[in-house]
Ligand binder design. Structure first.
Ligand code: HEC
Ligand code: HEC
Length: 443
């Protein structure tokens, strides 16, 4: 380091006065590393585009991307009526960052799925037009093309159908209906040209959904240190992370839902489970009765979308789609790729750090009559919890390494402040009634 060579007195001044100040500036800079925040806390749309271009360099979008099996890409990912072309991706890109798709012109897809914030908004629940808060946490759009259904309750069957909903959801982008949304852009000659190049037709709502989906299928972030480790570079991840990976597959039982293998690379079984998030606060039966009444009035995808985003019925999860009691409080197993960047966690954003998530699983979730059979107390030690967390931090794409490191430092600091039982060796473990009996009620 240069300054160590400077004469003593100057070095002293530097160390005592200048460096701490530089440090403070640096901390502030890091908070806003990518630039100033605009409406609803999102990075300015043009700056997001520049950032995206640096993350996803030009490539031939008609071919399968690196890291994705070409067979899976052709047969399972790309729909017959929406083949990838550069024109479709270009139109989708314009639409993804288009604030005119919201009623008051302040919200785009990229407001809540912000390139600089892990393609999410990093808030517990999302904020739409007029500052309205929804009930759900925004998942990332990175790698979303590998999920079999969209939304935490799977109510949309594809990226195409998903994209058409937030635009007409009253508290997200707020357009009164699809016609009004389309009218906001359809007179623009640029859009007319781009729709025509992309789909050979005038602007229409289905093609709008298709173009956005095509663009989202370029969000491939599957090149993490963990992949390099699996591909035969043992030094790509730490010894602690390797121990975490073993625990993930073994004692932690994470693998039973978050499958990670070459054909399911993102860590989701694409199924729905009640893992007891915030379940203690719910009267599920009362909620279910109210839901059935509301859905009897109007039960299409748009109605479910509104009820899930705006009302307490959100907590019913998959039940809102299937009306099957086994799905009460069940949510889609979320992907774990780039998980460090997409906190806070869970469908309601109720968990701030990955340590909080581990504490949740370690105690066996919140008890409720609909809890998934795969959730039970784990009795992981603090060291074991640290190892699984360390492993999860190896799932961030190499292009996001800096953000990953920043998130690790922030989360570790938060967790240290919030979890005073650190160093008491064994984590809290909920004693089940039968154990109390066996142990003679000693606890
Ligand atoms: C006001 C914030 C907001 C806006 C605007 C928004 N989203 Fe979302 N997005 C969310 C939330 C919240 C969810 C989860 C909702 C749920 O599961 O019920 C979500 C879910 C998704 C998902 C599903 C991901 C998964 O893991 O299942 C995709 C894909 C997505 N949004 C893309 C988009 C696109 C494309 C647009 C623009 C047309 C958009 N979003 C606009 C907040 C927003
Ligand atoms: C029974 C299935 C199941 C098991 C076992 C399981 N998970 Fe999950 N996981 C889920 C579901 C479902 C969600 C979403 C729940 C919600 O939002 O309410 C989830 C959410 C998460 C999230 C938050 C994702 C996000 O973006 O908010 C993390 C992190 C996570 N799990 C890690 C783990 C780890 C680590 C283990 C093992 C200790 C584990 N899970 C075990 C099903 C499971």
């Amino acid at each position: 380091m240069q300054y160590l060579k400077i004469k003593n007195r100057t070095a002293f001044l530097l160390v005592t006065m200048v460096l701490p100040w530089l440090g403070a500036c640096n901390a502030r800079l890091q908070e806003n590393a990518e630039g100033p925040r605009g409406a609803h806390g999102a990075l300015d749309m043009d700056q997001q585009k520049t950032l995206l271009e640096s993350l996803l360099p030009e490539r031939d979008v008609t071919q399968s991307p690196p890291g994705v099996d070409p067979g899976i890409w052709q047969q399972l990912v790309i729909p017959e009526d929406n083949k990838m072309t550069p024109e479709r991706v270009a139109l989708g890109k314009k639409l993804y960052f288009e604030t005119r798709l919201s009623k008051d012109g302040t919200v785009a897809c990229a407001t809540c799925h912000d390139v600089s914030r892990g393609f999410t908004d990093q808030r517990p629940v999302s904020e739409g037009i007029n500052g309205a808060l929804g009930k759900r946490n925004a998942p990332t759009t990175m790698n979303a093309f590998l999920l079999q259904t969209m939304f935490l309750d799977g109510r949309a069957p594809s990226l195409e159908e998903q994209a058409k909903l937030p635009i007409v959801n009253p508290i997200e982008m707020g357009h009164a209906n699809e016609g009004a949304a389309l009218a906001a852009i359809a007179d623009d000659p640029e859009y007319q040209r781009m729709f025509s190049f992309a789909y050979g037709r005038a602007p229409n709502y289905d093609d709008l959904g298709r173009a956005i989906a095509a663009f989202e299928r370029t969000f491939v972030f599957l090149d993490a240190p963990f992949d390099r480790y699996l591909a035969g570079s043992p030094e790509a991840i730490s010894e602690e992370a390797k121990r975490g990976w073993n625990l993930f597959n073994g004692k932690g039982r994470c693998m039973s839902c978050h499958q990670m293998n070459p054909s399911i690379p993102i860590g989701s079984d694409n199924r729905f489970h009640n893992i007891g998030v915030a379940a203690r606060k719910q009267n599920f039966e009362q909620l279910a009765r109210r839901a059935l009444e509301a859905l009897a009035q109007e039960g299409d995808m748009k109605a479910v979308d509104r009820l899930a985003i705006e009302t307490d019925l959100s907590e019913l999860g998959r039940f809102m789609v299937t009306k099957d009691r086994a799905d009460i409080g069940a949510f889609k197993t979320m992907q774990l790729r780039n998980i460090a960047l997409t906190g806070p966690y869970m469908h309601d954003g109720s968990m701030e750090t990955l340590w909080d998530v581990m504490d949740h699983y370690n105690k066996g979730g919140e008890p409720n009559p609909f809890l998934d059979g795969g959730i039970e107390p784990l009795a992981l030690s603090e060291d074991e919890i640290d190892a699984v967390v360390e492993f999860m931090f190896t799932l961030s794409d190499a292009r996001l390494a800096e953000q990953n490191q920043r998130a690790f430092t922030q989360q570790r600091k938060l967790a240290a402040a919030k979890r005073p039982f650190r160093d008491t060796a064994m984590a809290e473990r909920r004693v089940l009634p039968f154990e109390e009996r066996v142990m003679g009620g000693t606890r």
